[in-house]
Unconditional design. Structure first.
Ligand code: ZN
Ligand code: ZN
Length: 362
């Protein structure tokens, strides 16, 4: 349901039109249309004008849904929304049309150029993704709930003895997925990772029929989706008494993760946040075994701006919602990753994923 905050978001984009040197923004990336209107269907486009006469388009399948979700905007019903909006912009003789160059295909751009030949097409430079990086409190509330669902699902799985030797990664993963749905997730946020023993050393392992064994590190990376928003959490447990090497690696990752979380300050350079965690892993001698970035933004997409990594750029702002997820992976033996989702706040980061980060032996 479109509400005031959708209008506020459109106004924030509108305020950028001058700086982007465009007269209107043609938004065709669905997740961005959803962010700006509340519409959840699979075909849509939106034009945001400097004067506020914004227009929304979807096709006939979504006529009723659009009436309910986007009651506050003029609605056009057309199959090819990008083309229909371009035709309209052509009749209005706007000189400069902003479009989402990172998502429009080469064919799509050809069609836009042919449909609106009198306008100059200019990139919006991912302006909507830039807005989305900073969450409003409505979004944070959904993210908080999604994270709480994941917390409860894992707690339930542990409590009922679902994580044990003799079960396959598949079985355990499906049970965890089911528990997230039971606790109110509309769906899982992404394919749940359950990785036991040597598989835990594969950062993005997909569950297999491998049977969990005593002595395994078992890594879970999973999340719930709620209202379109995703949670993202990783915990690594051990089956039975942890071996010394498992304790050592776990302690290194746990401390690196703590330092990464502490680094989440307004104005902090994303590369410095990454380094705060990574330097600890390096000093412990495992620098080569931590091959990925520290974290990423999370919201309507599981991975979105900002990139919190040595490969990233820019600084953190208040109400950005990001993950902190260092890992150490020893090929053939096992790996540990600990991941939380947090909100950048003036008085220090707000933790959304609450499950204990201490080494848990089952
Ligand atoms: Zn994750
Ligand atoms: Zn993540």
């Amino acid at each position: 349901m479109a509400t005031d905050f959708n209008a506020v978001r459109r106004d924030r984009l509108r305020a950028q039109l001058d700086g982007l040197e465009v007269d209107a923004a043609l938004v065709t990336r669905l997740v961005n249309v959803r962010y700006l209107t509340g519409f959840t269907g699979s075909n849509a486009a939106l034009v945001v004008y400097a004067d506020g006469t914004d227009v929304f388009c979807t096709d006939g399948r979504y006529r009723t849904q659009a009436t309910n979700q986007v009651p506050d905007l003029e609605r056009v019903i057309e199959r090819n929304c990008a083309k229909a909006m371009a035709e309209r912009l052509e009749t209005e003789k706007l000189a400069r049309i902003g479009y989402e160059s990172h998502s429009v295909t080469v064919d799509g751009l050809d069609e836009l150029s042919a449909t609106a030949p009198s306008a100059e097409l200019r990139s919006l430079h991912q302006a909507v993704e830039g807005l989305r990086a900073v969450k409003d409190e409505e979004e944070i509330a959904l993210l908080r709930q999604a994270c709480a669902i994941a917390d409860r699902a894992l707690a339930d799985l542990i409590e009922r003895g679902g994580i044990r030797a003799g079960r396959s990664e598949f079985e355990v993963g499906r049970e965890l997925d089911g528990l997230m749905l039971t606790h109110g997730a509309e769906e899982r946020a992404f394919e749940t990772i359950v990785a036991g023993g040597p598989n835990s050393a594969v950062p993005h392992h997909r569950p297999t029929a491998r049977i969990l064994e005593r002595g395994d590190l078992v890594k879970f990376d999973f999340g719930a989706q709620l209202g379109g928003y995703h949670s993202d959490m990783t915990r690594t447990l051990v089956l039975g008494e942890p071996a010394d090497w498992q304790r050592e690696v776990y302690a290194v990752v746990q401390e690196a993760q703590r330092r990464g979380r502490e680094g989440l300050r307004i104005g902090a350079d994303v590369r410095d946040v990454d380094a705060a965690a990574r330097d600890h892993v390096k000093e412990a001698g495992y620098g080569d075994e931590f091959g990925h970035g520290l974290g990423h933004g999370v919201g309507l997409e599981v991975h979105e701006a900002p990139t919190v990594s040595y490969l990233g750029a820019g600084t953190l702002a208040e109400r950005m919602t990001v993950t902190v997820e260092p890992g150490v992976y020893l090929e053939g033996r096992g790996g540990v990753r600990i991941e939380d989702t947090l909100v950048v706040r003036a008085d220090g980061p707000e933790l959304l994923t609450m499950t204990s980060r201490d080494l848990t032996a089952l």
